[in-house]
Design a protein around this ligand. Sequence first.
Ligand SMILES: [Zn+2]
Length: 305
Amino acid sequence: MDQLFAWRARRPVALCGLALASLTWVTALAAAPAPVPVPPKAPAKAAPVAVAPMTTPQAFCDAVAHRLPNVSKAMCMRAGLAPANARSAQGRPLYQRDVISANAHLRVLVIGGIHGDELSSTALVLNWINAAMETPSNIHWRFVPLMNPDGMLLPKPTRTNANGVDLNRNFPTPNWDREAPSYWNQRTRNDPRRYPGPKPLSEPESRWLHDEMERWKPNLIVSVHAPYGVLDFDGPTVAPQRLGRLYLDQVGIFPGSLGNYGGVHKKVPVVTIELPSALRTPQEAEIRQMWLDLLRWTAERLGAN
Ligand SMILES: [Zn+2]
């Protein structure tokens, strides 16, 4: 954490005009020694921390469930998670759950918590694992409820991973080397929450997701975020118009984002769900309706049934 503040403090100009100049940052700046020149795009390394090993699903649920809205440890355990043969920057295993319907001929990858401060996204994916077990379909589901455990398990969860990288800007979209740093610099004014990383796929979490797309070849990716309360879509088919109360609003293309990489570049449809709150889940009936709407659209557009 101290190193993160130091990283921010060494870039006072970059943070000018941003609302996120917090008291902690001001304090760090006031206490900082004379500025030390550093390369402009060096990533912010998180300070070493004692990491809960989370080597079993039970340990995962112990660490995560009590932080999440509307998730009990029993519900987390019912999700039947297993290690995904991948680790975060700080060495925490990523967990996944496959739910395979009889005659499954479509593969759908559902991702939560790629931004660690969007707690509701992980809660929704855990909820949907249980829904998938109860809903017949012709889909092989692969759920990854928490892509960024290092960010989510901090005392104050962060959007970025332990290296200070926004994983959803770290995918190898065409011209990443030119576009991602300049977008970060010019459009976000070097917002540390949106740092795209020193190079595409610099992070183990984004690397795993990229490799998983190559290995498993999902027909659809559903990526759950918060808190903008809309539905976004990238890909070669007709977009879903709504899921529950979330309506389609294609907000734009970002260098290095999963939607841009998967939907535009790799032609794998990417549904991006932006829940209305990062800290609260929708009501149970709404979660169910979103699930049913997703199933209906998948059947209509991808031939799932
Ligand atoms: Zn997000």
